[in-house]
Write a protein that binds this ligand. Structure first.
Ligand SMILES: [Zn+2]
Length: 466
């Protein structure tokens, strides 16, 4: 039996996670993400897929984030028709996220055409909502920690990764004629002290390990992100401004709501209204009730006045009109909107209106990838381009560390220490070059591991004749 692995993305970058595993003639695609951020990466979404999608037998998703699922509509459009396995919450989140992604693609294409800034006469979206809908019947939900058989030789099991609701670590077991091999994909790993999600499960054994390295070279040395968030809100309040928080609809928004509720309960920030201006964040927040066994705040959801997602200061804004009405607010408010890196979504019109105001604040609560608008604002650029216009950055910009849904360097090491013996091969994925290199150094020093940092489209022979 022959087992091969090819890196179709997520190599030396945090986006476009797609890994092709070939077990004899069986072709498994682990994750099917969209490239985001720098143009050089985004253009890869338009390249011919490195393997004929019709030849792929199945897809296994680790979690619903678009950089792990956002290429699915295109894959299906190009001929993939197999099952797409995922956990139950991942299935529900993927439906929401793919429809949103398709809508963003359509809007971007329409906007480019209107403004004439595309070199194409009629710019086309990568995929549209109809394409995204075709993915949904292929999604097949699987329980955590229950072994799922693919064929006589191959099975897989999910374990909690603690990164977002339903995020999983994936173990694939391959039974050869003489030996059994385990291939572990860490997926994106969460924190060990997340207030909402349970910590990532540690696995004792892997022959091959693919480990994420988003924060591979950084420590989130902020034990009290809640306090810092409180300070940023109080400063904005004193300036008479509005605090705008770009936050991903999945996970980050709920964590921010949780902390803001705590801060208001303790009287550490004023009792000002909090607006969640993202239909997607609203849908996702509702899911926390349906999937209460996948997180740790379930008792709170039932208690009157204690629900961080439902209290008197909290307002959910669905419609476009209500969203626009927030532009008239002149102070004493917190607006949470998506996307988290300001690459699209309603956050754009909030930034467009708030960035030129000195009284207002932009509070970043998560990692800003290279090439995104969020990163440019955070890096202190004087203007950022939006809707084809250079917008001045006068608002105060905060960055609250420690709220990430990703394990930091110490936590990644802590997770790696869970392996009781050294994996035969370790690949560091899902991290920018410096991050992966930083983690490689630590793994070598602490555990005597010798990880490989793969290149885009690089292939490896994992096992031969097992
Ligand atoms: Zn993720």
């Amino acid at each position: 039996m022959q087992v091969k692995l090819k890196f179709l993305g997520g190599a030396k970058t945090v986006t476009g996670s797609r890994y092709l595993l070939e077990i004899d003639h069986l072709k498994i695609l682990v994750d099917c993400g969209l490239f985001q951020g720098m143009k050089e990466y985004r253009l890869r979404n338009w390249d011919k897929f490195p393997v004929d999608p019709a030849e792929i037998d199945l897809v296994i998703l680790t979690h619903a984030h678009i950089d792990h699922t956002g290429y699915l509509p295109k894959l299906v459009k190009e001929g993939f028709a197999g099952p797409i396995y995922c956990t139950f919450p991942t299935m529900e989140l993927t439906k929401i996220l793919l429809m949103d992604s398709a809508k963003l693609q359509e809007e971007e294409a329409a906007y480019a055409q209107k403004k004439g800034y595309s070199k194409h006469e009629k710019p086309q979206p990568l995929y549209n909502r109809e394409d995204a809908e075709k993915v949904i019947p292929l999604l097949q939900p699987i329980y955590m920690e229950r072994e799922e058989r693919i064929n006589d030789q191959t099975s897989f099991t999910y374990f909690n990764a603690g990164h977002i609701l339903g995020a999983a670590i994936l173990k694939i077991k391959v039974k050869g004629e003489n030996q059994e091999k385990k291939i572990v994909f860490s997926g994106d790993l969460g924190r060990y002290h997340d207030p909402i999600l349970n910590p990532p499960v540690r696995l004792p054994f892997a022959d091959i390990l693919l480990m994420e390295s988003t924060y591979g070279n950084r420590k989130q040395s902020n034990p009290k992100p809640e306090e810092e968030l409180g300070r940023a809100i109080r400063e904005t309040f004193r300036n008479g401004g509005v605090a705008v928080i770009p936050a991903f609809a999945v996970g980050r928004t709920q964590m921010i709501l949780y902390y803001l509720h705590l801060l208001q309960q303790k009287g550490k920030i004023p009792d000002i209204p909090i607006y969640v201006d993202s239909p997607m964040a609203i849908d996702v927040t509702k899911m926390y009730k349906d999937f209460s066994s996948y997180h740790r705040i379930c008792p709170v959801l039932e208690e009157e006045g204690c629900n961080p997602f439902l209290h008197k200061n909290l307002h959910y804004y669905q419609s476009q009109e209500s969203s626009m009405s927030l532009n008239n607010l002149r102070g004493d408010a917190i607006i949470i909107s998506a996307s988290g890196m300001a690459t699209g979504g309603r956050i754009l019109h909030h930034l467009y209106h708030r960035l030129p105001n000195e009284q207002d604040s932009i509070i970043f609560v998560g990692y800003q990838a290279e090439g995104t608008r969020g990163r440019r604002i955070l890096d202190g650029e004087e203007t950022v381009r939006m809707y084809g216009i250079d917008v001045k950055v006068k608002a105060k910009v905060f960055y609250i560390e420690g709220l990430s849904a990703h394990a930091d360097q110490d936590e990644l090491i802590e997770w790696a220490e869970g392996f009781t013996s050294r994996p035969k091969k370790v690949f560091l994925i899902h991290g920018e070059k410096e991050a992966a290199e930083g983690l490689a150094v630590r793994l070598k020093e602490d555990l005597d591991w010798h990880p490989i940092i793969p290149e885009y489209l690089e292939s490896f022979e994992l096992f031969e004749g097992i």
